[in-house]
Design a protein around this ligand. Structure first.
Ligand SMILES: [Zn+2]
Ligand SMILES: [Zn+2]
Length: 148
């Protein structure tokens, strides 16, 4: 069973519809680990299925997020991003080129100081490192040197 088959089976098991359009959307997400926005998913899905509508993409993303198969990540950028990797991980964001990368982290290293916030129930925690990817960092450095 492929990853896409598996996700489709999970959708079906939870009483959701699996249409050829949804299959194409899942395929797009599976092939794209760049954390695309809904518009980017729409553009890519339309390349595979030209009659794909924007509403179909938005509804499918919404349902996939609802059942926990896709994570909606708010990275503090203008739009929300969709992530097929749902396990614990942190994100690196390049402030120059906008590249978003997954990076593993140890959730225990980030334990909430329980005694400070008694009774608070955590449902989500996001860790984002902002900075410059190696390519951008070296370009920025070269520009600095050139302007000296
Ligand atoms: Zn960069
Ligand atoms: Zn991610």
């Amino acid at each position: 069973m492929t990853f896409v088959d598996d996700l489709c089976a999970q959708l079906r098991a939870r009483g959701r519809r699996v249409t050829p359009q949804r299959r194409a959307i899942i395929q797009v997400l599976q092939e794209d680990h760049s954390h695309p926005t809904a518009e980017q998913v729409f553009a890519r899905a339309r390349r595979v299925m030209p009659d794909m509508s924007r509403a179909t993409v938005y509804n499918a993303l919404h349902e996939l997020v609802e059942i926990g198969m896709v994570r909606e990540v708010d990275l503090g950028l203008r739009e929300r991003h969709y992530d097929i990797t749902t396990g614990e991980h942190a994100h690196l964001i390049c402030l120059e080129c906008g590249h978003i990368e997954d990076v593993p982290y140890d959730p225990d290293a980030l334990a909430l100081p329980r005694e400070r916030v008694p009774g608070f129930e955590v449902v989500d925690c996001s860790v984002v490192f902002r900075g410059y990817c190696p390519a951008c960092a070296s370009r920025v450095e070269n520009q600095d040197r050139a302007s000296e």
